[in-house]
Design a protein around this ligand. Structure first.
Ligand code: HEC
Length: 141
């Protein structure tokens, strides 16, 4: 059977929908506050919020990395501060790299709790590739 225009466009559509894990800078802009912050809130913030009191005890962000403000995210943690988020370069950014490591790696994030799903990883990747824009969000400065 010769492929018709219809089957060809159906195939193009199927391939297009697979590209979710290959997110690129050309896709619709990711909204940090609506799409990325909820992931960080649910899966990272229990260990990476800025120093605060919790049940009468001072809780510091793990590895010096707070993810609850734009300034803190860009300031980074102790290991490689300038590489927490490298705008435009997801593959160099620990915010993404730490999610993709083998689970038994010390740097695999999050070390406890629900993993970041492939769809969420794709969003984070896309957000960094698009320039790591926080929009109007400043967070808990
Ligand atoms: C249960 C606590 C916990 C949770 C939850 C957690 N982390 Fe971490 N994080 C750590 C610890 C501990 C380290 C230090 C690891 C090391 O140096 O071996 C760390 C280090 C990091 C670093 C390196 C910081 C540096 O010093 O440069 C990044 C990036 C990071 N985490 C990102 C994340 C992200 C993104 C999430 C959510 C998906 C997350 N973490 C969730 C405990 C946590």
């Amino acid at each position: 059977m010769k492929p018709t225009l219809l089957t060809l466009s159906a195939m193009a559509f199927a391939i297009g929908s697979l590209s979710i894990t290959n997110a690129s800078a050309q896709d619709a802009p990711v909204d940090f506050e609506k799409q990325i912050l909820p992931i960080l809130d649910a899966k990272c913030m229990s260990c990476h919020a800025k120093e605060h009191e919790d049940n009468g005890r001072i809780k510091k962000p793990k590895s010096g990395l707070a993810l609850d403000s734009a300034t803190a995210i860009m300031k980074g943690g102790k290991v490689e501060p300038e590489k927490t988020v490298v705008a435009g370069k997801a593959d160099e950014s620990w915010l993404l790299k730490s999610l993709l490591l083998p689970e038994d790696d010390d740097m695999f994030m999050p070390p406890k709790g629900d993993h970041v799903t492939p769809e969420e990883q794709a969003l984070i990747k896309q957000w960094i590739e698009q320039g790591a824009n926080f929009g109007a969000w400043k967070g808990n400065e």
